[in-house]
Structures are given as C-alpha cells and as structure tokens.
Design a protein around this ligand. Structure first.
Ligand code: GDP
Length: 297
C-alpha cells in the first residue's frame, strides 16, 4: 500500500507526542526532527522538506502551542495543515472550454508511466460528465500503443482517431481536430509518444504540436513509484513544453510518497488526478486534504 512506511513513522512520532501531557520546546523540536527524517526517507525533495519544516516550526514552537490545552494535538494539526498546503490546498479540475467549443488536451509522459491507460481513464471521466471525447493516437513509434488506445477506447465507448504510423503527430492532431469538429466531439485528447528518457526529439515533437494546434491543457502523466525522478521529469517538461497539471499514477502501489508531496511545491503545477490501479475506472480526483489524511494515517 502507498505511504505505508511514511505513515507508520509519522504515526509513531505523533503517538509519542500525544502521550506526553506537557511539552517543552525541546520535545517539539525533537519530534519535528523525526518528521523531517521520515519525509527525507520517503524521497520528498530536500528543498521541499526544508521549506515545509520551516513553515511547521514557525507555527509549532511558540508559547501559544506549548501553553495550550493539548500541545501534542496542536503540533499534529499544524503538520497536517502544512502538508495540505504543500499539495496545493485546493482541488484543481482540468480546465475545459465551454461544451460548445473543442477542448484539446495533450497527454505527455515517459514510456511506462501509464499515459495511454490514463488517457482512456480521463476520456471515461469526461464522457460521464456529458462531454463527447475523441481519443487520438499520436504515438507513431509503438504500433502496440495505437492498438492499446483502440482497445481502451472501445472499453470506454469512446471513438479513437488513428492514422497509423506514417504521418507526423502534428498532422494527426490537426486532422483529428477537423474530424472532431465535423462529428460533434468537444474534447480531443492527444495520446503523444512516450520515450524511455526525456530527449530532444520527444520535446521537439511536442513543441511542434503546440505551435501548430491550439492545445488548451498540457497534462503530464508521471509514475509515483519513481519518487523524485517523477518530480525531475515534471520540472523538465514544464521548462521545455509548459504543463498545466500532473496526473500521478500507481498510487495503489508501494510508493513512498515523495512525488505526491513534492510535485506541486517544486513545479507550482497542480496534481489533477491520481491513478489507483490498472482498471479504467481506477482514476480519482486529487484532494490535498484527503491525501494528507492518508499519509498521516
Ligand atoms: P504508457 O507507456 O505511459 O502509455 O503506459 P501504459 O498506459 O501502457 O501503462 C503502463 C503499465 O502501467 C500498464 O501495465 C498499466 O496497466 C499500468 N498502470 C497505469 N496506471 C496505473 C495505476 O494507476 N496503477 C497501477 N497499478 N498500474 C497502472
């Protein structure tokens, strides 16, 4: 299960805090030091941990807290609130154009992150909201990717637009938008190619799409299991392409928590959805407060 080790550690630290009636400044500082270690071990980025601990410390080591009725409980509450803030405080939705217009979503991510699966999951979500999505196979390098999108699109009852692997992705995108406008689709979801590493060719292809097509939202899919690598990938995509939001996959797995806690703070971009399994229904809206509760146990 996700965050198990981080949750266990935090719960132990908090249990100790709660068990003490009165707290001294030294008690609180010692506990916060343990929180810091637990976050670092969970692969939260060092800069984020520093920033987080500063915010918590400023609020938790004052006389207000120490002389209060239940200082241990107060410290825990502060950690919880700052954790929610770290992840963006509010829930962010994918920004869609009015239903009378076409919204173009460009899905991006490294191979294996879960991009194609997530693309179909999102199509299903939008369909259930009354939109008429069109899935577009822009990954021309992996024949299996086109097939996989087709299978998932069929499962979701969503049309898939494909031109095989002989056309440039930018031209497939253009043709798809034309097809969408002729056939009453109001969301076009481009499934772009994933590569093993962030490379120049991949970035150029995405830039070319963005320069020639009105992309309303560029969404990055990253694998939570990869921890800080996921954060680095997000930073790189944001610098080179510009991203509007992140979808964090595989949170059902044994992930340590680093990516979930760092991405917003490092990139300034919100987590929109979380992937919770391989099934096409396993996609959840991201709620920072619920995620903090999950981590804090
Ligand atoms: P792509 O290469 O980025 O398009 O990745 P795929 O969509 O093909 O997904 C790669 C693997 O990850 C597949 O086996 C998916 O079933 C799996 N996967 C995707 N999202 C999730 C998730 O949220 N949880 C789990 N457990 N597996 C996922």
């Amino acid at each position: 299960m996700a965050f198990e080790s981080l949750s266990d550690k935090l719960q132990n630290i908090f249990k100790n805090l709660r068990s003490k009636g009165r707290l001294t400044e030294a008690d609180v500082k010692a506990s916060l030091k343990e929180v810091k270690m637990a976050l670092l071990e969970a692969d939260v980025s060092f800069k984020v941990v520093k920033q987080f601990m500063k915010a918590v410390q400023e609020r938790a080591v004052g006389q207000d807290v120490l002389n209060g009725l239940n200082p241990g409980q107060m410290v825990i509450k502060i950690v919880n609130e700052e954790m929610v803030n770290l992840m963006g405080a509010e829930t962010t939705e994918i920004a869609l154009q009015p239903a009378s217009e076409i919204t173009v979503l460009m899905m991006m991510g490294l191979q294996g992150a879960g991009k194609t699966t997530t693309t179909a999951k999102i199509a299903g979500k939008l369909k259930s909201k009354g939109r008429k999505p069109l899935l577009v196979a822009c990954d021309i390098y992996r024949p299996a990717a086109i097939q996989q999108l087709q299978i998932n699109g069929d499962k979701q009852g969503v049309e898939v637009f494909s031109m095989g692997d002989k056309n440039k992705p930018v031209n497939i995108a253009k043709a798809a938008i034309e097809h969408a406008s002729k056939n009453g689709h109001n969301v076009v979801i481009l499934d772009t190619a994933g590569r093993l590493h962030v490379d120049e060719d991949m970035m150029n292809e995405l830039i070319e799409i963005k320069e020639n097509v009105t992309v309303n939202q560029s969404l990055l899919v990253v694998d939570a299991m990869t921890g800080q690598d996921a954060v680095n990938v997000a930073t790189m995509f944001d610098e080179k392409i510009g991203i509007d939001g992140v979808i964090l996959t595989k949170l059902d797995g044994d992930t340590r928590g680093g990516a979930a806690l760092s991405i917003r703070a490092v990139t300034g971009k919100p987590i929109l959805y979380i992937g919770m399994g391989e099934k096409l229904s396993d996609l959840e809206q991201f709620y920072p407060d619920r995620m903090a509760s999950r981590i804090l146990g």
